[in-house]
Design a protein around this ligand. Structure first.
Ligand code: AMP
Length: 415
């Protein structure tokens, strides 16, 4: 079933959203992007004449009640956006009466699901090495099913609009779907958009396809790099992983970030790119600093000739040109991870140039997806988020999807 084809009139819908918004020390929301992201789904249900049960996690309370992570803190913001009062259920597992009392157009927000260990389904207070762990895990899985069944009992229909947690098999993101038939479970609009964006990158590819992988380490990106190797024409590897490659190729990298146990892996990636005919682009020059801070002294040098006591913190001008040429000509673009330490303005130039090249390619008709980790913060910092095709809300979920993994939250609905 799709959300557009379902008439929620007179139905109770339980919707899993990702309202894990950042709060300041007084409990005020500092960034409400995630709430705004779910509004199209929530408003469609209410406009149809349905009633709404909203559920989410917030932070990592590890299965215990923690007032600092109470969703009661965001109740007023949700009410403001939905332009109606919102009822709150202090105990998400004991909300049957409140759910039953909901009339069309009314809204109930459940307390943080992760106050219950059953949500994540991981046994608490027992070490993985403990001989009793397997039995505890089995018992917790049974409790997770009961918890999911309780939540399912509140509603006639289940909607999952929480892409950020789609890679987790939690009670509210996947297990709950077992208690609804195929006509009464569906993805929300945000999820549909995310899934389509990933499809564009993984199957509906227009060539040339340029992927830009940055960030700090090779080790966290290797799964995606390997999967993309079969699809891309140009693979740009930048950010901190530059120096693992430079060292593996015999360069002197000073005190640049480097994974010494991944030198062989770097050489394997280079070899694999050759075999597959992928144009692998690595940085040739860098902006090096003599300290890890914004006002460090800087110099431009080859990534293979960085003096002792200096570290590469951004891509240099020659590299920027090389990368941007491969981006501007592309028809499909994926960007994950900054080209340098973009948090420091003096080392953000390379990342900014990449973002601007992506914007230019997008204007010329390319499909560009930015997501996973810090590249989203990057396009936001440069004020360019609305000039790329799609900015994903998913961190780990997006990366796992691009690695080609089946996300439990999506499989639970689509089968
Ligand atoms: P990730 O979470 O793996 O995408 O990594 C993002 C982080 O990598 C950002 O905080 C960047 O500051 C950092 N980063 C990028 N380039 C470098 C570099 N050359 N040296 C150290 N850190 C870097």
């Amino acid at each position: 079933m799709t959300i557009d084809n379902f008439n929620f009139n007179g139905k109770k819908a339980i919707v899993r959203v990702d309202f894990n918004v950042p709060l300041d020390e007084n409990g005020n929301i500092t960034d409400d992007t995630r709430i705004r992201g779910a509004l199209p789904t929530l408003k469609k249900i209410l406009a149809d004449g349905g009633s709404l049960i909203i559920m989410s996690h917030m932070g990592k309370p590890k299965g215990k009640v923690n007032p600092k992570l109470s969703l009661s803190q965001i109740k007023d913001a949700v009410a403001k956006y939905l332009e109606r009062p919102v009822e709150f259920a202090e105990d998400c597992a004991k909300a049957a009466d409140k759910a039953a009392a909901l009339k069309p157009g009314e809204v109930l927000l459940l307390e943080n699901l992760r106050f219950y260990p059953e949500e994540e389904g991981k046994p608490v207070g027992i070490d993985k090495e403990d001989p009793a762990y397997d039995a505890a895990k089995k018992e917790m899985k049974e409790r997770q099913k009961e918890f999911a069944k309780t939540l399912a009992g509140y509603a006639d229909v289940y909607v999952n609009d929480a892409f950020g947690t789609a890679h987790r098999r939690h009670a509210s993101t996947a297990v709950i779907a077992d208690y609804f038939d195929a006509d009464h479970k569906m993805l929300g609009y945000l999820m549909e958009k995310e899934v389509k964006a990933v499809d564009n990158i993984l199957s509906d590819i227009k060539h040339p396809f340029t992927a830009i992988m940055g960030g700090s380490k090779v080790s966290t990106k290797i799964g995606i790099i390997e999967n993309l190797m079969d699809k891309v024409d140009n693979l740009i590897l930048c950010g901190g992983m530059t120096y693992t490659f430079a060292k593996a190729l015999g360069g002197k990298i000073g005190i640049s970030i480097c994974e010494d146990d991944k030198l062989q892996l770097a050489l394997d990636i280079i070899e694999k790119a050759k075999q597959k005919g992928v144009n692998l682009l690595l940085a040739v020059d860098c902006v090096a600093g003599d300290a890890f801070k914004n006002d460090a002294n800087t110099m431009i040098c080859s990534v293979k000739e960085i003096p002792d006591g200096w570290e590469g913190l951004d891509i240099g001008p020659e590299t920027t040109k090389l990368f941007c040429d491969a981006i501007k000509n592309a028809k499909t673009i994926l960007w994950n991870g900054p080209a340098g330490v973009f948090e420091f303005d003096n080392f953000a130039k390379g990342s900014r140039a990449i973002a601007e090249a992506i914007v230019e390619a997008t204007k010329n008709g390319a499909f560009s997806l930015v997501g996973g980790g810090d590249s989203v913060a990057c396009v936001n910092k440069f004020g360019l988020a609305d000039q790329v095709s799609y900015v994903s809300t998913g961190g780990g979920a997006l990366l796992e999807a691009i690695e080609g993994k089946v996300l439990p939250g999506i499989a639970a609905i689509r089968g």
